[in-house]
Design a protein around this ligand. Structure first.
Ligand SMILES: Cc1cc2nc3c(=O)[nH]c(=O)nc-3n(C[C@H](O)[C@H](O)[C@H](O)COP(=O)(O)OP(=O)(O)OC[C@H]3O[C@@H](n4cnc5c(N)ncnc54)[C@H](O)[C@@H]3O)c2cc1C
Length: 494
């Protein structure tokens, strides 16, 4: 089924417990801290199902229609359909909703392509995985994931004292019905707008961390689940004009706490297996399918950044200067580089699971590394192009309420070919993208959403064809011997 936006909003009015500081939020779809972002997610559902998008963004199986991000790709054309689906979702949200509904759905689809891997963990877990995938796609479920332990969990001796609650999530009990979870996970981006959270571990566990290895799906209104949101920036956006992106696209991040949460066996996929808790993602197409979406999402954001840079230098009257054009050229080259890295993943696709096709993992990890390391530099470059422009603008749009001030503003702030109002509008948008608190969070997000930098780099290390590289060196080394007489030629010998 393809959910409508209204249906998605209705699904969030489900008794979930979301806290902003000490305030318990009544309804995330109506609360001033969240309602516009909730509407943005709803917009994605409506756009996806609109007649002009439906053909490419959905597929039919056994007479039912599902979102294309649940498509298990069997041909290169399927990969193109998935890519275009991610691209349109990212385009409508300018790449600012990192955990849009297609992200975790892609992880789950990649996992469900390998049920046998789960049966090796425990017989029956393969069926659980397939059934969960079918449940998600049949109901167009929006899931976030919480797959990292909180930073406070690093020193077990601090929390394993008797009587203290466990900070990192683990199984504390199990019976015929399922497992009981207690503890906390970071950091559920868009959790408050999601139906479920995928709980697991994207970073390796120690072999004895068996109870932490639990991998399962939990409804975000399940008894015992609470979400503690970080400061929601939407609430502090003074108007759409002043903070046009914060106003609509703060996807939020929340710590998710589980207190005696019961999870039925049918929603458990890994248990008591530290190695496979992480292994399932990298041994299957899951991790590459999910992060292919991240690459595409970043590209749409980069296009917006390049567009902003171009408009800003025009507004500043410096766009004709060759040195400035050189900077714009570098930005445009960055955008084309990433576009090519994404297209290459489809062009040189590979087979991971027989019968299916997969994006090229090495290219995907190269792009992931590129995005993670390039973002702050690109933003810094554009901030430099802005000069002091944002701070020459009045504090907010209320300056235009008074006719006298409005006239003064137009008189002093307009430049040839551009009104003061239009300049202010552009600078407010640019600052929201590059300098606001919302922008600062994006800086952190791009650094960490796929794990810390050293982990992201490690994916490229692990997937590199080192034997091939070594072979090139060996080929040269093997092509000659030590000279028999051990003599070397001297320059004077000619
Ligand atoms: C905005 C945002 C959104 C997020 N959304 C999600 C989400 O939706 N779901 C989810 O599960 N997680 C999410 N995360 C969590 C994210 O995956 C983690 O922040 C990330 O894995 C880093 O872990 P950490 O925060 O514990 O940092 P730490 O592990 O404490 O790292 C701190 C610093 O130390 C460095 N460091 C640590 N260990 C080493 C080492 N061995 N060698 C070299 N350097 C090291 C790190 O590189 C980093 O610079 C999000 C994070 C952010 C910032």
């Amino acid at each position: 089924m393809l959910k409508t936006g209204q249906e998605h909003l209705a699904s969030l009015r489900d008794g979930r417990r979301v806290y902003i500081g000490g305030e318990l939020v009544d309804d995330v779809t109506r609360h001033p801290a969240f309602r516009n972002a909730a509407a943005s997610f709803a917009m994605l559902y409506d756009q996806k199902a609109a007649p002009e998008n439906r053909d490419i963004m959905s597929f039919e199986e056994d007479g039912e229609v599902f979102s294309a991000y649940f498509l298990m790709p069997r041909t290169q054309d399927d990969l193109v359909r998935r890519m275009e689906t991610h691209r349109r979702i990212a385009e409508w949200s300018h790449g600012l909703l990192g955990r849009s509904p297609d992200h975790v759905a892609s992880f789950v689809t990649g996992l469900a392509m390998m049920p046998a891997m789960f049966d090796l963990i425990r017989p029956g877990f393969g069926d659980n995985m397939v059934e969960y995938y079918k449940y998600m796609r049949a109901n167009d479920i929006f899931a976030t994931y919480t797959v990292l332990p909180p930073q406070g969990a690093r020193k077990p001796e601090l929390y394993e004292r008797a009587g203290l609650k466990v900070p990192t999530l683990r199984v504390t009990d199990e019976d015929e019905a399922g497992v009981t979870l207690n503890g906390m996970k970071m950091l559920g981006t868009s959790a408050v707008f999601s139906n479920e959270t995928w709980v697991g571990n994207l970073l390796p566990l120690a072999p004895d961390q068996l109870k932490e290895s639990i991998t399962c799906a939990v409804a975000l209104n399940a008894p015992g689940v609470t979400m503690w949101s970080r400061k929601p920036f939407e609430r502090y956006a003074v108007s759409e004009f002043d903070n046009p992106l914060t106003w609509r696209f703060d996807e939020t991040d929340s710590m998710v706490i589980f207190e005696d949460v019961k999870v039925p066996w049918g929603k458990v996929f890994v248990h008591d297996n530290a190695e496979m808790s992480r292994g399932i993602y990298v041994q299957s197409p899951s991790h590459s399918m999910g992060n292919h979406q991240s690459n595409i999402r970043f590209l749409e954001k980069l296009k917006l950044l390049v567009g902003l840079a171009h408009k800003i230098v025009e507004t500043n009257g410096v766009g004709h200067i060759p040195a400035v054009q050189g900077v714009l050229g570098q930005l445009a080259a960055h955008e084309a580089t990433l576009e090519a890295m994404i297209q290459g993943q489809i062009q040189n696709f590979e087979v991971v699971v027989p019968g299916y096709v997969n994006v090229n993992r090495r290219y995907m990890y190269a792009a992931l590394h590129w995005c993670t390391t390039m973002y702050s530099g690109i933003c810094d470059t554009i901030r430099e192009l802005m000069g002091g422009g944002p701070f020459q603008m009045p504090a907010d749009i209320s300056v235009l309420e008074d006719a006298g001030m409005r006239r003064m503003f137009e008189e002093y702030w307009s430049v040839p070919g551009q009104s003061a109002f239009d300049r202010m509008k552009l600078y407010k948008l640019a600052w929201d993208m590059l300098g606001s608190e919302f922008a600062g969070r994006h800086m952190q997000y791009e650094k960490f959403y796929a794990g810390p930098g050293f982990v992201v780099t490690n994916y490229s290390y692990l997937n590199a064809p080192w034997d091939d590289y070594d072979g090139l060196v060996d080929g040269i080394l093997d092509s000659y011997d030590v000279p028999k007489d051990m003599k070397i030629r001297k320059p004077a010998d000619g």
